[in-house]
Write a protein that binds this ligand. Structure first.
Ligand SMILES: Cc1cc2nc3c(=O)[nH]c(=O)nc-3n(C[C@H](O)[C@H](O)[C@H](O)COP(=O)(O)OP(=O)(O)OC[C@H]3O[C@@H](n4cnc5c(N)ncnc54)[C@H](O)[C@@H]3O)c2cc1C
Length: 377
């Protein structure tokens, strides 16, 4: 089978992989993206917070992604039915746009930059020479030699495994259940509302477009088995105890299709080895309550693009630049993961939740102390 070469091989066509491919393609790099699925991924995030919007704006993409999305600038939090705080997003708010739509927009922009995508293809084998990845053998039998290899291949990253980078996955005790879409009710159209209860429940209701809403429910571990056996009517009885200002959505929840989602945090011991680096959920995962995973990933892709272009094919320089400019991102990610852990562990206790809540991190992302300078160009 044929062997082809490229400057950068990116494994995974999620937000991180597609955005990095776009940035590198624009700078004239020859990029191949390998995706095991038939298209860009569909499951994932809905909220793009201000830091992520700023990254896209730096690259002329703000109008494109914002055109059909919804803007919100307020989330109201409740505990045991009482409003306890409003979280404001000044200066334009955040964007609600289903993950697949967002990734597809970036993917479509890649076509203009000559980025090659191979779908329905995964990695069968990876040949390394010491710390250097030499060649990828793809599931379609083809071989790919790349100057740089990026593992943007999600929490179970094959690239991370081959590089021998240790990871620590910590499942959150609370199972999430999600209703993908229900008709939009008046209360949800008016405001994003996030409810907690001292019995350990959580419910978040928000619009995803002008007609439909999405609902997340977090179950306390002790209720998990009961709900599994007795089903959605029991779950609805629980929600009615503390979801006080969104009752017009209840009628839509009984016939809806519910999905179970297990969420975990992920920390890894290094973000690169030689000419290979990890990006997005292959490098870190935090609790979705922070709503920041995409924003950090977009910024990480900016840094990676700068480093790869600055190294210009020199492997020793690439290794040094990744160490100096990309590895420090672990500190910002660690802070975010710790923050998500703090939020996830205080649902039952109103005072503890409010004490853990950090508007700076929640709205603006990484603190000034850990934020690297915006990359040039
Ligand atoms: C329930 C939930 C809600 C979230 N909500 C938000 C939110 O509202 N806002 C926010 O900012 N963040 C949120 N996040 C986090 C956000 O989804 C991630 O930060 C973001 O998706 C990371 O993008 P990615 O490109 O790393 O990963 P992914 O989208 O996971 O892409 C990885 C890709 O790699 C592919 N792949 C995997 N293995 C291989 C292989 N061996 N070969 C080829 N391809 C492979 C996969 O098929 C997939 O397409 C949420 C996360 C979860 C779990």
């Amino acid at each position: 089978m044929a062997t082809t070469s490229c400057d950068v091989a990116i494994v995974g066509a999620g937000l991180g992989g597609c955005f990095l491919a776009l940035l590198l393609g624009r700078r004239g790099r020859n990029v191949v993206v390998i995706e095991q699925g038939p298209s860009v991924p569909s499951a994932g995030a809905d909220f793009l917070k201000p830091p992520g919007l700023r990254v896209l704006a730096r690259h002329g993409l703000a109008d494109l992604v914002g055109r059909h999305g919804l803007r919100r600038d307020l989330v109201r939090y409740y505990h045991d039915g009482d409003p306890i705080q409003d979280c404001h997003f000044p200066g334009g708010g955040f964007l609600i746009r289903p993950y697949r739509e967002l990734v597809e927009l970036i993917y479509t922009s890649c076509a203009m930059e000559g980025v090659e995508f191979r779908f329905d293809v995964s990695i069968d084998d990876i040949a390394t020479d010491g710390d250097h990845v030499e060649e990828l053998t793809l599931s379609d039998g083809r071989r790919l030699r790349a100057g740089v290899v990026i593992g943007a291949d999600g929490t179970k990253s094959a690239i991370r495994r081959v590089l021998g980078i240790e990871q620590l996955t910590m499942p959150y005790e609370r199972l999430l259940m999600r209703v993908a879409t229900v008709p939009l009710s008046a209360s949800v159209a008016r405001l994003n509302r996030l409810y907690f209860s001292s019995e350990g429940w959580m419910t978040y209701l928000y619009p995803i477009n002008r007609d439909q809403a999405r609902v997340f429910v977090g179950l306390p571990p002790e209720a998990d088995k009961e709900i599994f056996q007795d089903g959605i009517p029991v779950l609805l009885d629980e929600l009615k105890k503390f979801v006080t200002e969104s009752s017009d959505a209840f009628n839509f929840l009984l016939p809806a299709t519910w999905q179970r989602i297990k969420v975990s945090s992920l920390r890894v011991e290094a973000y690169h080895k030689g000419n290979a680096a990890l990006l997005g959920s292959a490098a870190f995962a935090c609790h979705p309550m922070t709503g920041m995973g995409m924003s950090y990933t977009l910024h990480d892709a900016e840094i990676l693009a700068d480093v790869i272009c600055a190294a210009g094919g020199d492997h020793d320089l690439l290794d040094r630049l990744l160490g100096a400019r990309y590895e420090p991102r672990r500190q910002a990610h660690r802070e975010l993961i710790d923050y998500g852990d703090a939020l996830a562990s205080t649902f039952r206790d109103r005072a503890a939740y409010l004490a853990a809540f950090r508007p700076d991190l929640h709205v603006h992302g990484e603190s000034a102390a850990t934020a690297p300078l915006a990359p040039a160009g």
